[in-house]
Design a protein around this ligand. Structure first.
Ligand code: HEC
Ligand code: HEC
Ligand code: HEC
Ligand code: HEC
Length: 370
């Protein structure tokens, strides 16, 4: 009897400590042996790669000929250089992606248009959509280095409205600032130490995004000298950095070792190239949030803002949705040339290459031209 109790007392905590995570694990080695760079994934909790919708109808080469949209229509500011046929094809596509008729209330062309006057900008959704067209083109041109996985193989995965929207006017995965917590008798958590889904239930600040996925704050945890004179990463920044890292891992469905060698997290020369993609990804997200979504300002109606009054913004999960390559890396952009944008000289600066960039000098100014 006591023997049974003793063995139970040993086995039970073992299960509890292991988090009781049953299910088949898949282990994949991604780096040199002994470097500890491998991926462990639980088959039962792996995200499913989303479906890619078919184009509304085939876009044939002869449809790219003929008068330009800016000649045919009255109020075309972004897609003016497309042929009229390609313009209409693009309208049909964005309708399917953002406000499909029959799925979304008041969906279809009229979600953005007054059918009496297609040129009118009276619906805010049309004004937003125009900015989104610019944002999507900017992502596909300025931020090409984020898509290096497919660029290396000659393709350009790129993104379309579908990558974020998936048939909904408001993408499912978004963030906005939260109101400061009120002081209560049982204490104030100051936005942390309460399990939050946003940071994969870690005891970390549950909103690392306001500080790190807009603006130019540094994402750093380590001092580069032993003495505090150059120490610019206080505990708050450190916690937020880890919070963001948890989000990135969760958003891509990967472990830290997908990008880092845990022997030295900061060291770029020991990191995988995926970390470089991620570095560009962070800047792409900041650019999109600051210069497109937040820049729309008063255009956003009250019901499209979070509790603190700011619009809903993007983070890694908005596109990735739990997989390392959104939509399984399907190069969706190839069918929608209108969303490519004009290639610009991409960001010249690679990520701070040295492991020991003096913290003060590492201020985040690297912004690509264009
Ligand atoms: C998600 C919002 C949205 C939906 C849905 C949408 N459009 Fe548009 N539409 C726009 C935007 C934005 C422009 C302006 C594009 C620009 O400035 O380059 C536009 C412009 C137009 C124009 C040019 C009007 C003019 O004279 O300036 C036509 C025609 C048009 N759309 C047709 C359609 C049709 C047909 C549908 C349905 C199949 C549709 N649109 C669905 C956002 C939308
Ligand atoms: C606008 C959509 C979008 C957003 C937002 C986004 N990504 Fe990506 N990301 C992609 C696409 C599409 C690919 C696939 C590229 C390819 O196949 O070439 C990708 C690829 C990657 C890769 C390379 C994966 C591999 O296995 O080679 C990494 C790493 C990555 N993203 C990290 C991030 C991080 C971190 C964030 C948030 C800071 C982020 N991404 C935000 C669209 C996005
Ligand atoms: C990188 C992610 C991303 C991409 C790509 C994207 N959007 Fe959005 N879009 C958002 C987010 C996030 C919101 C919600 C903002 C809010 O509600 O405050 C939004 C909102 C909108 C809205 C407002 C809907 C409403 O009912 O208020 C329209 C219209 C829209 N997008 C159109 C488009 C079109 C058209 C494209 C492609 C040309 C596109 N979006 C591409 C992230 C994206
Ligand atoms: C998808 C790639 C990716 C994943 C996954 C990832 N990181 Fe990072 N990590 C980065 C990038 C990129 C930076 C540099 C951020 C910057 O400077 O903008 C970084 C920076 C850091 C830093 C700061 C180093 C310094 O210079 O002070 C630490 C610490 C860190 N990551 C830890 C982690 C931990 C812990 C995990 C797992 C929970 C993780 N990372 C997961 C890409 C990743």
């Amino acid at each position: 009897m006591t023997r049974k109790l003793v063995s139970l007392a040993i086995i039970l905590p073992a299960f509890l400590l292991a988090g009781c995570e049953f299910g088949t694990k898949v282990v994949e080695q991604t780096g040199p042996r002994g470097a500890g760079t491998f991926q462990v994934a639980n088959k039962s909790t792996m995200a499913v790669v989303g479906k890619v919708p078919d184009p509304p109808y085939p876009l044939t080469p002869d449809m790219l000929q003929g008068p330009r949209a800016k000649e045919t229509y009255q109020n075309v500011k972004v897609l003016g250089d497309l042929s009229t046929e390609e313009f209409n094809y693009t309208m049909a596509s964005i309708t399917n992606w953002v406000a499909p008729d029959g799925t979304v209330a008041n969906g279809g062309c009229n979600y953005c248009h007054n059918p009496e006057n297609m040129a009118s900008d009276e619906k805010y959704t049309k004004v937003v959509a125009r900015k989104m067209l610019q944002m999507t083109r900017n992502i596909n041109s300025t931020w090409r280095p984020h898509f290096q996985a497919s660029l290396n193989t000659g393709g350009n995965a790129g993104v379309t409205c579908w990558t974020c929207h998936r048939g909904q006017p408001v993408p499912k995965y978004n963030w906005s600032e939260s109101l400061p917590e009120p002081n209560r008798l049982n204490g104030n958590h100051h936005g942390q130490n309460a399990p939050a889904q946003t940071v994969a239930y870690a005891s970390l600040p549950n909103d690392p995004f306001s500080a790190l996925l807009q603006g130019k704050n540094q994402i750093r945890v380590q001092a580069t000298s032993a003495y505090p004179s150059s120490y610019k990463s206080p505990i708050e920044t450190t916690e937020k950095t880890y919070g963001l890292m948890m989000h990135m891992s969760q958003g891509l469905g990967v472990n830290c070792t997908y990008c880092h060698n845990t022997q030295n997290f900061a060291n770029w020369s020991q990191s995988r190239t995926q970390r470089v993609s991620a570095w560009y990804g962070i800047r792409m997200v900041r650019d999109s949030n600051d210069n497109y979504i937040s820049a729309l300002g008063d255009v956003w109606p009250a019901n499209r803002r979070g509790p603190a009054g700011d619009p809903r913004k993007i983070y890694c999960t908005t596109c990735h949705q739990g997989v390392n390559k959104p939509l399984g890396g399907y190069p969706m952009l190839k069918d929608y040339p209108g969303l490519k944008g004009t290639p610009v000289a991409g960001p010249a600066a690679p990520p701070a290459p040295a492991d020991a960039v003096p913290v003060a000098a590492a201020a985040d100014t690297a912004k690509p031209a264009g």
